[in-house]
Design a protein around this ligand. Structure first.
Ligand code: SAM
Length: 264
């Protein structure tokens, strides 16, 4: 590894395990999509990705940009790689999308903003696959199924937008330098490019999970009159004692539509 001191504030844990790097490459979908990487770091994953496809990498750290520019001088010159020196969240704010055509996001994410990045990738109309390294707990939140205790708004949004979502494999701290304090996982999500979620549904889910261990009817009473909740539950055959994590994403969609349309 180059003589670099990892910066905690940028969530820098460099992946040094070549077996893991190879497994990420093997899990890449077989399609013509462009590749976007967030946080190329020292470029170990980038080096493998750019052999397959043209790509853009967004990196915030000025010191790393210098290293990457000399390491990838040839690929940059041949325009196989575009290196963009910016905070990726600002790029999304400015551009709306990280690439002006269909792309797959493949990255070892900075954990301090990983959830935010995945939610932004959901909103990005050009992003189809998301294959990212995240903290294991975060991966579980996105892939939890109904009735599991981690099932919450992140999993429901993923199910509503996705055609496939799962954890591909776990990665131990020793695979990184410096090692993070947590287990990591590779999260795989394939979005349905025809689906979107509006803010009203996200706000509705937020209200439903205000107190995740309380009854759903109690949480809903902050936005819907109690007598209406009873009628809606009866119409949709929902038990009054049900907890928020026991309701499926499709039932949440139906409930939201009825609440929004004044039940009709
Ligand atoms: N891809 C490298 C690897 O696998 O070894 C580095 C991964 S490291 C976990 C996260 C990377 O994201 C670092 O290079 C860090 O500087 C970069 N990063 C952190 N915050 C960022 C941001 N807001 N926008 C773009 N890159 C960011």
């Amino acid at each position: 590894m180059e003589n670099v001191i990892a910066k905690k504030k940028f969530g820098q844990n460099f992946l040094i395990d070549t077996t893991v790097l190879d497994r990420i490459i093997q899990s890449m979908p077989n399609n013509n999509n462009y590749i976007v990487e967030i946080g190329p770091g020292l470029g170990d994953l980038t080096e493998k990705l750019v052999k397959y496809k043209d790509m853009t990498a967004y990196e915030v750290d000025t010191d790393l940009i210098g290293i990457l520019k000399s390491k990838f001088a040839i690929q940059l010159n041949e325009e196989k790689l575009k290196l963009i020196h910016t905070d990726v969240l600002e790029a999304w704010d400015k551009q709306g999308s990280l690439h002006n055509g269909k792309y797959d996001l493949i990255a070892n994410l900075p954990y301090y903003i990983a959830t935010n990045i995945i939610l932004r990738a959901f909103e990005d109309k050009n992003c189809e696959h998301i294959i990212v390294m995240v903290q294991k707990e975060v991966a579980q939140k996105f892939t939890a199924r109904v009735n599991e205790k981690e099932y919450s708004s992140l999993a429901i949004i993923t199910e509503t937008l996705g055609v496939d979502s799962r954890i591909l494999f776990d990665v131990p701290p020793e695979s990184f330098n410096p090692p993070p304090k947590v287990m990591s996982s590779i999260l795989y999500i394939r979005k349905d490019m025809n689906k979107t979620i509006d803010k009203s549904f996200k706000d509705f889910l937020k209200a439903c999970f205000t107190q995740p261990r309380k009854k759903l009817s109690k949480n809903l009473s902050s936005i819907v009159d109690k007598s209406i909740i009873s009628e809606l539950f009866e119409e949709l055959d929902i038990n009054d004692n049900i907890r928020p994590h026991e309701v499926s994403s499709s039932l949440y969609s139906q409930l939201h539509t009825k609440v929004r349309n004044g039940r009709n």
